[in-house]
Ligand binder design. Sequence first.
Ligand SMILES: N[C@@H](CCC(=O)N[C@@H](CS)C(=O)NCC(=O)O)C(=O)O
Length: 207
Amino acid sequence: MKLYTSAKAPNPRRVAMFLAEKGISGIDTEVIDLGALQHRDPAFLALNPFGRVPALALDDGRVLAETRAICTYLEGLHPEPNLMGDGFDERAFIEMADRRIELHLFVGIANCVRHTHPGLALLEQPQFADFGASQGQKMREAARWLDGVLATQPYVAGQRFTIADITAFCALEFARGLMRFRPSAEGLVHVQAWRDRIVERPSASAG
Ligand SMILES: N[C@@H](CCC(=O)N[C@@H](CS)C(=O)NCC(=O)O)C(=O)O
């Protein structure tokens, strides 16, 4: 098994944090330099034709891409501690929370950064600044929704830490770095308190 990853990129960070929470170490890893466009080399495109990291090459030659799919595979190999749900009922609700975070918060942040930050111009062409700014508003709507969720429960999917916390944390840390987004400055006190708890977990420094 070999993990293709990149430094300072939020999706690879999700896998790194997931691995750290599971206590999995020693996976053969190759760092793909996005700044040097290594992910667009024919050798990498043969692994993932979409040219995105992370990707996990399995020993039988197949390649898994898409962060959530990689996490599903790792959860199957290493069921404990459970991060994606125990039984169909809990799995469904954790998946709902995780996909809401990914589709509304993470994608909004990614689009905002990709279309407004000069540092992302290498990867995102053409950049549409107005679209990026509108995505910054959309991610704020999602963050306000999340604040309401975290006002009533300690973690994104409920009473315990799950993959949905990892997705939300990696998204918001990316926004913190590249959008200067601070939940407290936006009046999102519950998101801020949750973030300040999650950042204390050893896995938060992974990736
Ligand atoms: N849907 C994919 C998204 C992966 C993705 O966009 N990865 C970024 C790094 S965080 C990337 O490879 N970007 C390269 C590019 O945009 O050219 C997943 O869930 O893994």
